[in-house]
Structure formats: structure tokens, C-alpha cells
Design a protein around this ligand. Structure first.
Ligand code: SF4
Ligand code: SF4
Length: 300
């Protein structure tokens, strides 16, 4: 159901209520609004619940890759007045091979509060991304991204060094040949896209395998909660080309629509891009997103 105001959404959750959200990268201006979060917190407290904001640290080495750094960014982005838990990476429960921080897993209830945006890898980011890669620790993020690690074919390489420039994390060095630090690579594909010859590439089924892992991890996280204790809210405001993991997430692609809720995260994430498409048919990468949806349907 689509609500114009976040305060209209019925919420009746008790106990420790984790509000899982992305609080935005440093300098990002289009992330979920602290004002909206404040309304949710008041509503939960009014019903006797004990809410807190929670997110996990990133795999890529920027400010939000440590708990202290993320807390600093969250405060800069306007969330400083709320109870925030940046999840401890090394205190987790393991479910179906995925490591879910106890700071999320131990909550009595969960609000999956997701900013709807485009996404460089999946075509669309909403509830599933928030639940999957967003709810696991670094070890599991690395595992999920593993299929997307670049492969190198020296025979095709012109030794131009473009890939080394493209990797802003410094994971690629050009010596006699290209050397890639695969241990730390998180499969963003920038190097792959930049290579003029295809010498750096991804495996044939890399995307499919990556999407399987995304879906499996979302399922593992959800298995820790009773369905009646989970609420999904997709925020259809400030919808940008890219997700909030970057400072500049690109242009706003359509007008604000409000807050979409639903009982099933995949159905919610199928409905949300359609609403965006009605306004702007060319904005999201539906080819990739549909591939994701078809894989996710097997799991969710
Ligand atoms: S995919 Fe390429 S550009 Fe991205 S982190 Fe890995 S090595 Fe760097
Ligand atoms: S961009 Fe491609 S061709 Fe150039 S050095 Fe890297 S792998 Fe080789």
C-alpha cells in the first residue's frame, strides 16, 4: 500500500525494534530523511516498543567500513539524535552459511526501511538489497561478491594501465602484467567496464551466481524473524540513479511518491520499480533487475 506520509503507516511492534536502514555515505544528500525516522521512532515508542537504528559496516575501505567511522557519518547526515547501533562485525549468528550480526539478529522485531534507488549492479536497490548485503557482516559481504571478482586474460592485455586507474581502491597494479588484489576486491566491475580489450572480465555466470547469493542471504536473515514481526517500508522519495553508498548518487529520476509497504520484500521490490517506470520508463536497468527477480523468486 502506498502512503503519502510515513506517520500513516500502521506500526504495532513490541520489544527491541531494529530499524534497518542505510544512513547514507559521507556527503550523500538524498538518503532517507532523519525527519521520517523520527516519526517512526515516536510511533514505535507510543506502542511501548524500544526502537534503534541499525546498519552494518561496509566491505569497501571508506569511512563507513569501521563502526566509529560509520557513526561519525551517521551523525553528519543528521541521525545523531537517535539511538544508533552500528553492528559489531565479529559478534554474529550463522544461518545457512551467512553471518548476521547479533545486533540485528537479536532484535524482537525488524523494520526494513529501504530507500528505493537505481543500483549499479542489480539495476534497482530496495528491500532485498537492504536485507541481504545490508544485514550481513564483512565476511559474508565478501562471499556474496566473490562471483563478481574480475578474471584476467594476459593474452588480451595491452598493458595500458586503464584498469589500475579505474580501481580507486588501489587493488590493481600493473607490473609486467596486471596483478589484482582479489582478497579485498568487492567486485564493483569498474575495472571490467574500463578495460578496452576485455582482458579483465567476469566469469560467464558471475552475475547469476552473485544474485543467487544475494537472495539466499536475504532469506537467511528473514528466517531469524517471525513474519508478523517484520515490516517493510520502501521510501519513494529522492529516487536517484545510484544508491546511497556513494556521495553523488546521480540525478533524481522521478517525482516523490511516498512510502510503499508490503508483506513480501520481493513483491514490494517488484512493485516499486514499476511505479518508477510509469514516470520515467528509461531510468532503471530493467534487464538486469528482471534477471535478479527471476533468481530471487526461487528463494523468497
Ligand atoms: S572489481 Fe575491479 S575496480 Fe572494483 S574493487 Fe575489484 S579490482 Fe577494484
Ligand atoms: S585495462 Fe585491460 S588492456 Fe589495459 S592493462 Fe588493464 S587489463 Fe590490460
Amino acid at each position: 500500500m502506498l502512503y503519502k506520509n510515513i506517520g500513516e503507516i500502521p506500526i504495532n511492534l513490541k520489544g527491541r525494534v531494529a530499524i534497518k536502514l542505510h544512513m547514507g555515505d559521507r556527503g550523500n544528500k538524498t538518503h532517507i530523511s532523519p525527519k521520517d525516522v523520527s516519526v517512526l521512532i515516536e510511533k514505535i515508542r507510543a506502542k511501548g516498543g524500544d526502537p534503534y537504528l541499525v546498519d552494518t559496516i561496509t566491505l569497501y575501505p571508506r569511512e563507513r567500513s569501521t563502526r566509529e567511522g560509520y557513526l561519525m557519518v551517521a551523525r553528519e547526515n543528521g541521525f545523531g539524535d537517535f539511538p544508533i547501533v552500528i553492528a559489531r562485525d565479529d559478534v554474529f549468528v550463522e544461518k545457512d552459511g551467512f553471518r548476521i550480526p547479533k545486533d540485528i539478529a537479536d532484535a524482537d522485531s525488524l523494520i526494513v526501511l529501504s530507500h528505493a534507488t537505481g543500483h549499479v549492479l542489480m539495476g534497482f536497490a530496495g528491500a532485498i538489497k537492504n536485507l541481504s548485503i545490508g544485514c550481513v557482516n564483512k565476511y559474508s559481504k565478501r562471499r556474496i561478491h566473490e562471483p563478481m571478482r574480475p578474471l584476467y586474460d594476459e593474452g588480451l592485455c595491452k598493458k595500458c594501465g586503464v584498469c589500475a586507474e579505474a580501481c580507486k581502491y588501489g587493488y590493481i597494479k600493473l607490473n609486467d602484467k596486471v596483478e589484482i588484489n582479489l582478497k579485498d576486491c568487492h567486485g564493483c566491475r569498474r575495472c571490467v567496464r574500463s578495460c578496452p580489450t576485455g582482458a579483465i572480465h567476469i566469469g560467464k555466470k558471475a552475475l547469476e551466481n552473485n544474485f543467487e547469493l544475494f537472495s539466499e542471504s536475504a532469506k537467511a536473515v528473514l528466517s531469524l524473524f517471525k513474519p508478523e514481526n517484520v515490516i517493510y517500508i520502501n521510501v519513494l522519495k529522492n529516487i536517484t540513479e545510484l544508491c546511497d553508498c556513494v556521495k553523488d548518487s546521480g540525478d533524481i529520476v522521478c517525482r516523490d511518491m511516498g512510502y510503499l509497504t508490503g508483506k513480501n520484500p520481493l513483491k514490494l521490490d517488484m512493485e516499486t520499480p514499476e511505479l518508477i517506470r510509469k514516470q520515467n520508463p528509461d531510468t532503471l536497468d530493467f534487464k538486469t533487475w528482471n534477471l535478479f527477480v527471476n533468481i530471487a523468486k526461487k528463494h523468497l
